[in-house]
Design a protein around this ligand. Sequence first.
Ligand SMILES: Cc1cc2nc3c(=O)[nH]c(=O)nc-3n(C[C@H](O)[C@H](O)[C@H](O)COP(=O)(O)OP(=O)(O)OC[C@H]3O[C@@H](n4cnc5c(N)ncnc54)[C@H](O)[C@@H]3O)c2cc1C
Length: 413
Amino acid sequence: MERDADILVVGGGLNGPALALALAQAGLRVTVIDARPAPARAEAGFDGRAYALALASKRLLTVIGVWGRLAGKVQPILKIKASDGRAGQGPAPFFLTFDHAEIEEGPMGFMAEDRFLYAAFLAAMAETPGLRLLSGETVTAQEVTAEGVTVTLASGATLRARLLVGCDGRGSGVAARAGIRRHGWGYGQTALVTAIRHARDHEGVAQQFFMPSGPLAILPLPGGHHSSIVWSEAEARAAAIQALPDAGYLEALRPRFGDFLGEIALAGARFTYPLTLSLAERFTAPRLALVGDAAHGVHPIAGQGLNLGLRDVAALAQVLVEAQRRGEDIGAADVLERYQRWRRFDSTALALGMDGVNRLFSNDNPILRAGRDLGLGLVNALPGLRRGFMRQAAGLSAGATGELPRLLTGQAI
Ligand SMILES: Cc1cc2nc3c(=O)[nH]c(=O)nc-3n(C[C@H](O)[C@H](O)[C@H](O)COP(=O)(O)OP(=O)(O)OC[C@H]3O[C@@H](n4cnc5c(N)ncnc54)[C@H](O)[C@@H]3O)c2cc1C
């Protein structure tokens, strides 16, 4: 069988390019196919869409040649403050604080805007031999045989490889066409996402206010006076807020936000994202693997979605590169099973953990309130436990799945 590449990656969001870079840099030939035209995303102006990247994700991005292109464009998260809030009363006094000075590894995470991160991926991909990006091309069909996999594009063209990786997001067509079912549910919540400008310097502090209607995250952006917000509300309420003019939107935000950053103003476009949990029943099928949101779409409550995807990237890249070096077939079932064993438990546990946190906090039940205040107060009072949470948030703990993939520790495969 003549092949166009060793691996076809469907989806050029963020996980697809990360995986393609890791594989191509280790000598595999990779083609990424993305429905969205690349220039439009890379050339977007400031719109406030940004990710909290864990320290382990930074390490991976450094090894694959992306992080160095973000110099001066990322904001270290120096502290995380979490607090319980009540609608109309603003946040309660802070009672859970994570300070990066408590762990020797440095900041637990970094904020990076989508447009800069994506542009850095594009530049790194353009310079990597063996890596091809087909943007503005949609995969419509796939066929798996004993020797390989063939995908068909909307244009009618076909491409062949030994392995197909679905990085095509929550509605993964790659998974659906392979007959992989999904489990999940909606939260009845929508995330309102925008950027704000504020009078006072955020000093690198990320805030999470747990409101009965859903969490409000305020995430620091470079320069000190801009933050990205992810504000979850019940669906109908979110739709009503989104429909308001800017002045009304700000009026709705102010009582939740409080005045700790001084006067606030809207500074970016306003987006909404319906919040759902979506877990693929399996992460692999014959000659096929799923990565990122295609495998597990989680609630953004702890900003872990992309970090979780990059853990998949690191594990799958290591499994495939090691298999290739040993002369194994990279699409063989036992090779792909190593990836599934490494990742499935961790990501399912985290997805369900985020689900539980959201349920516990999106609630005004006085008993639950008392319980969570006590729980968070306890964590705050116990430095050992707090450091454990910080290592977890930084992506430095391997969890129940054994060792961390090499890329997450900053080493090449
Ligand atoms: C409100 C909100 C805030 C978030 N904040 C954070 C955060 O702070 N930190 C964090 O780590 N995560 C965060 N996340 C999660 C994060 O955005 C996602 O986990 C991540 O972007 C998923 O990336 P992906 O590459 O797996 O999928 P996607 O970004 O969904 O990319 C999928 C790609 O596949 C392409 N595609 C789909 N079908 C086809 C096809 N048939 N043919 C060709 N191409 C196709 C699409 O064009 C798209 O480019 C947040 C999510 C939300 C909703």
